[in-house]
Design a binder for this molecule. Structure first.
Ligand SMILES: Cc1cc2nc3c(=O)[nH]c(=O)nc-3n(C[C@H](O)[C@H](O)[C@H](O)COP(=O)(O)OP(=O)(O)OC[C@H]3O[C@@H](n4cnc5c(N)ncnc54)[C@H](O)[C@@H]3O)c2cc1C
Ligand code: FES
Length: 298
């Protein structure tokens, strides 16, 4: 199993938990902070009240609003297994005011957690099928929850591939878990745009990995029994989704997470709209058919 300091435990999933969409803030404690790269840290956050913690239920791909009292509130994808309930993990890049402040905090600090919000990757509908999980850069953060879900039910899926691209080896996230993911009969391939001394893996773009996988794949299986989950920068969506369509995957089986700028995360401020679509309510997860109907989504 993983050697990470607070890597997700892989436990059997519990079904039938009530879905908590409460628009109220839970008091929560940062129980661990673990630096992953120069700019990203993994935060383990525990909802204080044991009952609320147990009842906190989310689906892979959903996000929470994290409030740092006196500083602000922002959306972050839940990056841990849904079976962990209100013991969540968030991987956060120090980007601006609140996230930089957060990066200086240590364990023991109290914060607020609201949610979960938004749509999710329908991993339960994918049971029995093959899954291609594709992440570029920080996109591996929202991808980690569906990965953990699939691992917990590994025998109920067909072939599972993870393709992960980063700019350089020092920006790779969750490297300490890659060996554990592979132990679950998952074909994990990692590629970097630019190698560094000692990097043993391939150098190139995630589309290089995908091209190889699609060329060797059974075309009928790709068209009928394969789903794709894609998280990353918009430029990656464009090329990756075009290749998946070309290989025969139906648009309804390609899922992307569109992380537009959000303010309230609750459908109240209109900051996240694409036309009449609220990405905080109708997204962030959309199938590709819906994305093509959203002007300027990608
Ligand atoms: C659904 C959703 C899920 C997210 N999940 C994660 C996550 O798991 N990990 C993570 O590190 N970040 C995530 N983000 C982005 C995160 O919310 C922002 O980085 C955060 O709001 C920045 O707050 P700040 O006060 O530190 O930055 P600010 O001071 O508000 O801004 C600093 C800089 O960051 C840019 N910025 C702010 N928000 C965003 C954004 N949403 N997208 C792109 N650039 C932005 C600003 O333009 C500015 O240049 C997510 C965003 C959304 C909408
Ligand atoms: S973020 Fe406020 S409406 Fe979507």
């Amino acid at each position: 199993m993983s050697k990470g300091p607070f890597a997700c435990r892989v436990t059997p999933s519990r079904s039938g938990q009530p879905q908590d969409h409460g628009d109220f803030s839970h008091q929560a404690e940062i129980t661990m902070v673990y630096p992953l790269t120069a700019t990203e840290k993994l935060y383990q956050i525990q909802i204080r009240d044991p009952e609320a913690r147990h009842n906190f239920s989310f689906k892979p791909g959903q996000f929470v609003m994290l409030e740092v009292p006196g500083i602000g509130e922002a959306p972050f994808s839940i990056s841990s297994a849904p079976s962990r309930h209100g013991d969540i993990e968030l991987c956060i890049r120090a980007a601006g005011t609140m996230t930089t402040f957060l990066s200086r905090l240590e364990r023991g600090v109290m914060v607020g957690i609201s949610g979960p919000f938004g749509t999710s990757f329908p991993v339960e509908d994918m049971l029995g099928d093959d899954i291609l999980l594709l992440a570029g850069g920080l996109g591996v953060v929202p991808l980690r929850a569906p990965i953990m879900s699939v691992l917990e039910n590994r025998s109920r899926y067909g072939r599972v591939d993870i393709m992960y691209g980063a700019r350089c080896p020092s920006e790779l996230l969750f490297g300490y878990q890659h060996a554990m993911w592979r132990q679950f009969d998952i074909d994990l391939q990692v590629i970097v745009d630019k190698g560094e001394e000692g990097w043993p893996g391939p150098v190139g773009l995630i589309t290089d990995l995908l091209r190889r996988r699609l060329e060797e794949g059974d075309r009928h299986r790709l068209a009928t029994q394969t789903n794709a989950i894609v998280c990353g920068p918009p430029v990656m969506f464009k090329f990756v989704c075009a290749m998946l369509l070309e290989a025969g995957l139906p648009m309804e089986k390609i899922f992307v997470s569109l992380e537009r700028r959000m303010h309230c995360g609750r459908g109240k401020c209109c900051r996240c709209n694409i036309g009449s679509t609220y990405t905080c309510l109708d997204g962030p997860v959309f199938n590709y058919w819906s994305v093509l109907n959203l002007q300027e989504a990608i």
